[in-house]
Design a protein around this ligand. Structure first.
Ligand SMILES: Nc1ncnc2c1ncn2[C@@H]1O[C@H](COP(=O)(O)OP(=O)(O)OP(=O)(O)O)[C@@H](O)[C@H]1O
Length: 279
């Protein structure tokens, strides 16, 4: 029997710009890559559909500008969707298109159901708060008011991400990039989210630090069984983490399947290039 998807994205579109008569009409739309040469509107995500199943890691790979971050921002409500549907397997929101929810309901899902790790730790952390304070912030947003419990959860999560608890009062601005990323991961996990989004989380880190962070993510997935969406321009990252992969180009999904299958037998010429660049 098939399980319900944890997250389902259906025909999601994200455009920047108002569009014009030519590009708003699918019959007459001729895009130059992902933008309209007539009015300059960018079609960052075009008819994106996929399901994320319990406990799986879904990779989203594509070159710069292919629409990965726009997709992530839409899913995490950092950005408004232009059109489309999103559903989560949550008892209070069964069958409800998340796109139509109020700002308060979207906040609820972010705080209780989702975790996010940004490429830039400064987007996910308050650099002037202590590390444990950062973790507490997310717990408070999720409705926790018990200080002792928050502290013990914070310490446990810092241990999980290999930050010594004697450093829990230190501000992330004094940490290395890899440590900041680990604090961000601990914070993202602090509300026990069924869904974790990771946006280029190892980009900009040294290779050995990258390997540590990727190992950590893999272990967390094994330990907690969280469903994850991992966005990266780097197929090596996707190869290490993802069970299934979607490949994006110019705002569209051009190929999707099991990661091993995509690596062994890439169908699209662009995916073939990506795979050969790994060799
Ligand atoms: N706020 C914005 N206004 C106008 N266009 C935008 C905006 N944000 C993104 N875009 C455009 O949308 C397209 C997709 O960008 P997006 O950042 O989602 O791609 P990406 O695959 O994540 O690339 P990168 O890793 O470089 O961020 C690009 O053409 C980009 O220029």
């Amino acid at each position: 029997m098939f399980e319900n998807p944890t997250l389902s994205i259906q025909n999601l579109n994200k455009q920047f710009g108002p569009g014009c008569d030519l590009c708003m009409n699918p019959e007459t739309r001729v895009l130059n890559q992902n933008y309209c040469p007539e009015c300059g509107t960018v079609y960052a995500c075009q008819d994106i559909s996929f399901d994320l199943f319990p406990g799986e890691i879904l990779g989203v790979v594509g070159e710069s500008g292919s629409g990965k971050s726009s997709l992530m921002k839409c899913m995490y409500f950092d950005s408004d969707v232009t059109s489309g549907e999103m559903y989560v397997d949550h008892k209070d929101f069964q069958g409800q298109n998340l796109v139509d929810l109020s700002a308060q309901q979207k906040r609820y899902i972010r705080n209780h159901h989702y975790g996010m790790v940004y490429q830039n730790p400064a987007n996910g952390l308050k650099m002037d708060f202590s590390s444990i304070g950062n973790i507490a912030e997310k717990q408070i947003a999720a409705g926790n008011r018990n200080v002792n419990q928050m502290e013990s959860t914070g310490k446990r999560l810092l241990e999980t991400v290999h930050i010594p608890t004697f450093r829990m009062k230190e501000e992330p601005k004094f940490f290395s990039g890899g440590m900041q990323q680990r604090v961000q991961i601990a914070k993202a996990l602090s509300n026990n989210p069924p869904v974790l989004f990771l946006d280029e989380v190892t980009t900009g880190l040294d290779l050995s630090v990258q390997a540590d962070v990727l190992d950590l993510i893999k272990n967390i997935q094994l330990e907690f069984g969280i469903s994850m969406v991992v966005v990266s321009h780097d197929l090596a990252v996707i190869r290490m983490l993802a069970d299934r992969t979607i490949v994006m180009l110019n705002g569209k999904i051009i190929e999707q399947g099991l990661t091993d299958q995509i690596l062994e037998d890439p169908f699209h010429a662009y995916t073939q290039q990506l795979v050969y660049s790994l060799l």
